[in-house]
Design a binder for this molecule. Structure first.
Ligand SMILES: Cc1cc2nc3c(=O)[nH]c(=O)nc-3n(C[C@H](O)[C@H](O)[C@H](O)COP(=O)(O)OP(=O)(O)OC[C@H]3O[C@@H](n4cnc5c(N)ncnc54)[C@H](O)[C@@H]3O)c2cc1C
Ligand code: FES
Length: 256
């Protein structure tokens, strides 16, 4: 449907949130296909979940997100979805690990977990302090928050996966939920010590509904409908996890 942007928030110099009316039920971790008139249609996670109002939060990096960044209150966007499976939030003590824009996808899951009274710890990993988003929003949930920056400008100096390793060796968690650069998620998979894990993957999407086959990984899994969230049992059998993705033309792009 075509909806009107009702509120706009500048989260950092390259990241904005749009809120719009979209009265459907959504699970954290699900995504929309967002149509930007005259430019493209791209997948974006649902970053705010309220009964009638939903949100997207996006980083400007290419043609579609740059055009989206220019839109204002009152402008229209096309929204399809929600699509994908979303996270399963189960009782216990959950460690959330978000790298870069991955924290956008995780934040509604942290909020749902806290609403259910679950004990939550969140690692927000960014390259530098300027890239931080949702710090206050996550603090308001009452979660234990850790920040990591690659350059040491705030919090722990190093990668989110390095701090995760330290936390996992001194605290007991019942599950791990992660979203971010795939090499980071692969590292977490390697250090998880038998703790159940869910990871939200990104692949190039065209249809978003399982028809075009563009987002296929492993042995015929479609990230748009079988994912984007995969548990460790599935990830263990996906050979391309942490190895490569495909661009718009289907060419392999190896992670480095
Ligand atoms: C399930 C899912 C959820 C996502 N959620 C968010 C989010 O909440 N916030 C956010 O900032 N980004 C999110 N992304 C990434 C977002 O889709 C890309 O940043 C966006 O499509 C870039 O488009 P562009 O034209 O601005 O950049 P381009 O210059 O065209 O591309 C920049 C990068 O984005 C990737 N990309 C471009 N088009 C697509 C596409 N149709 N499908 C998948 N990847 C694409 C490219 O492969 C490239 O790596 C998500 C991606 C997926 C698959
Ligand atoms: S995007 Fe078309 S099958 Fe997944």
């Amino acid at each position: 449907m075509v909806t009107t942007i009702q509120e706009v928030y500048l989260e950092n110099k390259d990241t904005k949130t749009f809120l719009f009316r979209y009265p459907v039920k959504i699970k954290p971790g699900q995504f929309f296909m967002i149509w930007i008139p005259d430019v493209d249609e791209i997948p974006l996670s649902c970053s705010y979940i309220d009964d009638t109002i939903k949100g997207i939060t996006f980083r400007r990096i290419g043609d579609a997100t740059k055009k989206l960044f220019e839109l204002e209150i009152g402008d229209k966007i096309g929204v399809r979805g929600p699509y994908g499976n979303g996270f399963n939030i189960e009782d216990g003590k959950i460690l959330f690990i978000g790298g870069g824009t991955g924290i956008i996808t995780l934040t509604p899951a942290v909020e749902e977990a806290r609403n259910k009274g679950i004990d939550t710890t969140v690692i927000i990993g960014v390259k530098t302090e300027e890239e931080l988003i949702f710090e206050e929003r996550l603090k308001e949930t009452g979660s234990k928050i850790y920040i990591t920056t690659d350059d040491g400008s705030k919090g722990y100096k190093g990668f989110a996966s390095d701090l995760a390793y330290k936390l996992l060796s001194r605290e007991k968690f019942s599950s791990i939920i992660t979203c971010g650069p795939e090499l980071m998620m692969k590292k977490i998979m390697d250090i998880r010590n038998d703790i159940p894990m869910q990871a939200s993957l990104e692949r190039y999407m065209k249809c978003g509904i399982g028809l075009c086959g563009h987002c296929v990984i492993g042995k015929g899994l479609r990230v748009c409908i079988d994912g984007p969230v995969f548990n460790h049992q599935k990830l263990e059998h996906i050979k391309d996890f942490g190895l490569y993705r495909r661009d718009a033309s289907g060419r392999k792009i190896f992670f480095k």
